[in-house]
Write a new protein. Structure first.
Length: 334
């Protein structure tokens, strides 16, 4: 495998991290919008809408970034994943589309209250379904049940993603994103009572996330033996898992003592460690055990040009996102 393929593998990981840190809380906010309760229900949803508004669709650029790198530099992996997992991928795309449309029509459309309620329900359902399905896809890649022989997927369209392990990963993904959203919202909400509402919910979500992490590990030992072996036998994966657990506990402590801004950073770091741990366990494979990074390369001589082009694009994209957030936050504060 060329060093350029290794570099692009890492770049894909960075893209997934950025999507988890931006699109993740955006999706998780939909969960808290559904669960808004109590006398401050309207204020909670108003805080959610303000938090989502600046880059609620732009976050998906990072997912597109990852997909473009994959089909450009690693077309065999893109082909295998798109064929084997086209059902959950298509459902996740529909969730993203319906979620964006529902948010726009509910927030900015001129409709009756009854119609707005329908769009709200669409927003809630798609906000929950999309991260679950994305997690299901990630889980399916590590099950070892998707087999690719002579560049052909031989295991049909239900392999991997219909397992309890894959759905446990989906539930874990939803809970992790909801935790991240709750922590961000508790730190950003202007009303102290609303901030405290989200603080308590973030604590509950973090505890659920920890339980689901245990469930994922158990199911991996049963249904994803290759992934489980890499999780258990590698020193690096052990260190990353320990780091993620320590950051989760630290986040809980910060939330408990109301150090909300510190909790925002530790929770974000926790998400980074989770994604990195998953990438290490995949051991340079897009799909275990048949679709490695080396196998997936389309035409090796073009990889340096791809790396330069994607690097230049990221240098333009990241400052643009930062400026967008800065402008919106300044406008909201005034």
């Amino acid at each position: 495998m060329t060093p350029w393929a290794d570099l692009l593998w890492v770049v894909i990981g960075l893209g997934i991290v950025l999507y988890a840190l931006t699109g993740g809380p955006d999706l998780g906010a939909g969960v808290w919008s559904l669960l808004a309760r109590g006398p401050r229900k309207a204020l909670q949803r108003e805080a959610l809408h303000h938090a989502i508004a600046p880059i609620w669709e732009a976050n998906h650029v990072w997912l597109i970034f990852v997909i473009v790198i994959q089909f450009s530099a690693f077309p065999r992996a893109f082909s295998a994943i798109s064929i084997a997992l086209h059902i959950p991928i298509a459902l996740a795309v529909l969730g993203i589309v319906f979620r964006g449309a529902a948010f726009a029509f509910h927030a900015y459309g001129i409709q009756t209250d009854r119609t707005r309620q329908r769009w709200s329900r669409t927003f809630y359902v798609s906000s929950i379904a999309t991260p679950v399905l994305l997690g299901v896809v990630a889980g399916a890649l590590g099950t070892g049940q998707i087999r690719v022989i002579n560049s052909r997927v031989t295991t049909g369209y239900l392999a991997g993603w219909t397992t309890p392990f894959a759905w446990a990963v989906g539930a874990f993904t939803l809970s992790l994103f909801a935790t991240l959203a709750g922590v961000y919202l508790s730190a950003d909400a202007e009303d102290p009572d609303v901030a405290d509402d989200f603080r308590r919910r973030a604590i509950a979500a973090e505890m659920v996330t920890g339980m689901l992490a245990g469930l994922v590990t158990w199911r991996a030992s049963v249904e994803a033996p290759l992934l489980y072996e890499r999780l258990m036998q590698s020193t690096w994966t052990w260190l990353v898992q320990a780091g993620a657990a320590a950051l989760a506990v630290t986040t809980l402590l910060f939330l408990w003592v109301r150090e909300l801004r510190a909790a925002r950073f530790t929770c974000a770091a926790q998400v980074v460690f989770v994604v990195v741990g998953w990438g290490l366990a995949m051991d340079r494979h897009f799909v275990l055990p048949d679709v490695s990074v080396a196998y997936s390369i389309g035409y090796a001589p073009v990889l340096p040009a791809f790396a330069v082009a994607f690097g230049g694009g990221a240098l333009l994209l990241i400052p643009a996102f930062w400026y967008l957030l800065r402008v919106f936050k300044a406008k909201h504060q005034h």
